[in-house]
Design a protein around this ligand. Structure first.
Ligand code: C2E
Ligand code: CA
Ligand code: CA
Length: 730
């Protein structure tokens, strides 16, 4: 998942929730307003319906002064048309807006009709008669009922009135029928039934306005058709006394919900806007925080998998990739090469120039190596100056070529801030073509091959071979066993005599022996290098010296040569320890010759030089062992304080076989003579070799010709017989 999708995954629910909440709020508000509006409308309709009923009763009352009146009863029973014209037609029109008025006699026969106050044709009533049929009948029923109860004055009793609604020529009328009755009883009713006044008033605009004003309905009006779709208007249906539809009162209802909503909308919108602004701000800050979190997580994981100095993958990532590569090898047989690299003498650079330059060198070297690698290779820094590469899909040729190119690239001079520097690197290559191997073993085997490269003189690469592993295992075992041997007393010294030109014993070389309880005798050529590597050499060396010092005390005047390892010379306090030992054993250092071996291990550092100088000042003489095998033998002679040269066994063995060997030995002897150094030949096995050496001028001789290394008791014997006899040749 990339950064953006991860951040979105965090925020999407938040945004959705906000939007959802906003919708909920808006919808809730809208629904509330709608319901408030509906309630208000219903309430208003109820109010208007009641109001209209009251209004009709008011209309009814408007006619009462003219019908409940002694005078009216007298005149109308008498069918006085002139009186009716003034007091009914004209009066009702003027005072109560009754447009039409009619009078029926005691037998319900019409005898008077008026239109807008003026007397008119009786036929006009035909329009009203059907609608008033029920009202008239009801009035007569009441009249009859009242009569049976007895007489009562008009002012004390309910007027007998009925009304109806009527649509006529597109107009709606309220029509009232009212029984004519006496009020104070000044006239007597002549007949059992009284006349009836019928009056009609139109529900016109003026009427509606007046009614609407009372109920604050400014747009109240009348509609004469029933419509279903009346969502936005309030309405009250008006029916006649038989329940027939007449018209509808309609008006725009108050909408308190909408009003409230409109009032609340701006602050709500502002609040929502604010909410979104705050959310956006929060989102932005959180987004940044998340980005930072993601970045720091990325940094942390980069740190966990990379080396901070070079930015290269580290050991963790290396093993990760190696694991994947080994999986592929097992599954599809894709070959893989593991290269183990080490800068030669990196420690010297660090010691001489300091850590900062050391770091510069590491960075510069890693860049060069990276340039040579392919993109598919994993090039990692494992530690210090130790690098490793996982090379995918590697043929033997490709693996060799990569190693070769790295060795070449590193051996080019490097420009560091301290100046130009020459270094080299050694590589071990472990090529895996098949089979199953753990990542740890894959790297360990490459490391063994690297070890081989180092031992063979550095600045080169070697391929891992299974024997190396066995050899390495063996070394490990020997290391532990050597430690035990040192304490168990399984180590002892033997001595090999050295003869002068007359064959007389002139000295001995002390050689170390290890009699292993199960492996038998182990050669010092084998275990001394192991002791050097694991640091045991100091203990072994001091053990040797003590043995030799003690044994030498019986051989007064005999030169005793002791082999000293280069590793011992790198110990600053070595001379001091030797001095103590000399004192302890009470021996003279001039008796002893220290053999040092020229070669890669012999350091050219100030400590080694100092230690050698000190030992020589103490009285020891120094011999350069195995002379001629190293490539810089001559320069050793100049740099170290040497007293004697020991011609290497290999030249002696070839005397009489290779012509060149004679020449080399001759040259060495001449050189020694020129530098006033003693010279001795070792490994002399035949009299021919001896004679040839004596011819050349090498007069000291050591080898099986005279004697193999023997124990000190045997030397005691030889020493005692020295005066009488020369050494016997074998
Ligand atoms: P090196 O100092 O060159 O010792 C001479 C080696 O040649 C000895 O092997 C000796 O036994 C062998 N040798 C002597 N004469 C003949 C001969 O005529 N023919 C043949 N083929 N070999 C002969 P050794 O004792 O196995 O020692 C091997 C190496 O171990 C020594 O080589 C020396 O470098 C090292 N070494 C032995 N003892 C010590 C010791 O006490 N301390 C240290 N540091 N190294 C030792
Ligand atoms: Ca030696
Ligand atoms: Ca030697």
């Amino acid at each position: 998942m990339n950064k953006a999708t991860r951040a979105n995954a965090l925020f999407r629910p938040l945004i959705l929730l906000s939007v959802f909440a906003t919708f909920l709020l808006l919808f809730g508000g809208w629904d509330l307003a709608r319901r408030m509006n509906a309630d208000a409308k219903q309430h208003e309709q109820q109010l208007v319906a009641n109001g209209f009923a009251n209004k009709i009763i008011e209309v009814d009352k408007g006619i009462v002064p003219q019908t409940v009146w002694d005078e009216s009863l007298a005149n109308l029973e008498a069918r006085n048309l002139a009186w009716a014209q003034n007091n009914i037609g004209q009066y009702l029109y003027d005072t109560s807006f009754f447009q039409y008025s009619f009078v029926l006699d005691k037998d319900d026969r019409l005898f008077f009709a008026a239109d807008t106050g003026e007397m008119t044709a009786l036929s006009l009533y035909e329009n009203f008669a059907p609608a008033m049929h029920k009202a008239i009948r009801d009035i007569r029923d009441r009249e009859r009922a009242r009569r049976s109860k007895g007489f009562m004055l008009g002012s004390l009793k309910e007027p007998v009135q009925y009304h109806n609604l009527l649509r006529l020529n597109g107009k709606v009328f309220i029509v009232v029928a009212s029984l004519v009755e006496p009020d104070f009883g000044t006239v007597r009713q002549k007949y059992p039934t009284a006349p009836i006044v019928v009056a009609a008033t139109e529900v016109n605009d003026q009427f509606l306005q007046q009614f609407g004003r009372r109920y604050m309905l400014p747009d109240l009006h009348l509609r004469q058709v029933q419509v279903d779709d009346t969502r936005d208007v309030a309405e009250v249906d008006l029916n006649d006394d038989r329940g027939q539809y007449v018209a509808t009162l309609t008006w725009t209802p108050v909408r308190p919900g909408t009003e409230l909503a409109l009032k609340l909308l701006p602050p709500t919108l502002v609040t929502i806007a604010l909410f979104f602004v705050v959310t956006a701000l929060f989102h932005r800050r959180s987004w940044r925080a998340v980005q930072e979190l993601i970045a720091s997580e990325a940094r942390a994981s980069h740190l966990a998998y990379h080396d901070p100095l070079t930015g290269l993958p580290n050991r963790v990532m290396f093993f990760d990739r190696l694991g994947v590569a080994l999986d592929q090898l097992r599954r599809n047989g894709t070959p893989v090469a593991v290269h183990c690299l080490d800068l030669d003498r990196f420690k010297d650079v660090n010691d001489t120039f300091g850590h900062q330059i050391g770091d510069e060198l590491i960075v510069a070297a890693s860049k060069r190596i990276a340039e040579v690698c392919r993109r598919s290779d994993t090039f990692a820094r494992l530690s210090g100056d130790e690098f490793a590469i996982v090379q995918l899909d590697a043929t033997p040729h490709a693996a060799a070529r990569l190693a070769e190119r790295i060795v070449d690239a590193i051996s080019q001079p490097m420009d560091l801030s301290s100046g130009r520097i020459h270094v080299s690197c050694s590589i071990g290559v472990n090529l895996l073509i098949e089979g199953e191997v753990s990542a740890a073993d894959a790297l360990r085997h490459a490391d063994l091959a690297l070890y081989r490269s180092k031992n063979n003189g550095r600045a080169q690469y070697s391929f891992f071979e299974p024997e190396m592993d066995a050899a390495m295992r063996m070394r490990r075992e020997i290391e532990t066993e050597l430690r035990e041997a040192l304490y168990d007393g399984d180590l002892h010294m033997v001595y090999q005599p050295q003869a002068d030109k007359h064959g007389r014993i002139a000295g001995v070389e002390a050689l170390l022996r290890w009699h292993h309880p199960t492996r038998g005798d182990i050669s010092p050529a084998m275990f001394i290098p192991i002791a050097e590597e694991c640091g045991l050499i100091n203990e072994v060396g001091m053990y040797t010296l003590r043995e030799v010092f003690l044994a030498s005390r019986k051989w007064d005047g005999l030169k005793v040569a002791v082999n000293i390892s280069a590793a011992q010379l790198r110990m600053r306090d070595f001379p001091e320890k030797v001095a103590e030992l000399l004192k302890e054993c009470a021996v003279d250092p001039r008796t002893f010759e220290l053999e040092i071996t020229e070669g890669l291990l012999l350091g050219d550092d100030p400590v080694t030089h100092g230690v050698l100088k000190e030992l020589r000042q103490m009285g020891f003489s120094i011999a350069l062992d195995d002379f001629g095998t190293g490539y810089s033998s001559l320069s050793y002679l100049q740099r170290y304080p040497i007293d004697k040269i020991k011609i290497d066994r290999s030249f002696i063995a070839n005397l009489g076989i290779e012509r060149e060997s004679v020449a080399v030995v001759q040259a060495i002897v001449k050189l020694a003579r020129a530098l006033r150094l003693d010279v001795i030949a070792e490994g002399v096995e035949t009299t021919e070799q001896r004679d040839q050496l004596i011819d050349i001028g090498c007069e000291e001789i050591q080898g099986y010709l005279y004697s193999r290394p023997v124990d000190s008791a045997r030397i005691d014997e030889m020493f005692r017989g020295r005066a009488d006899a020369s050494l016997q040749t074998a």
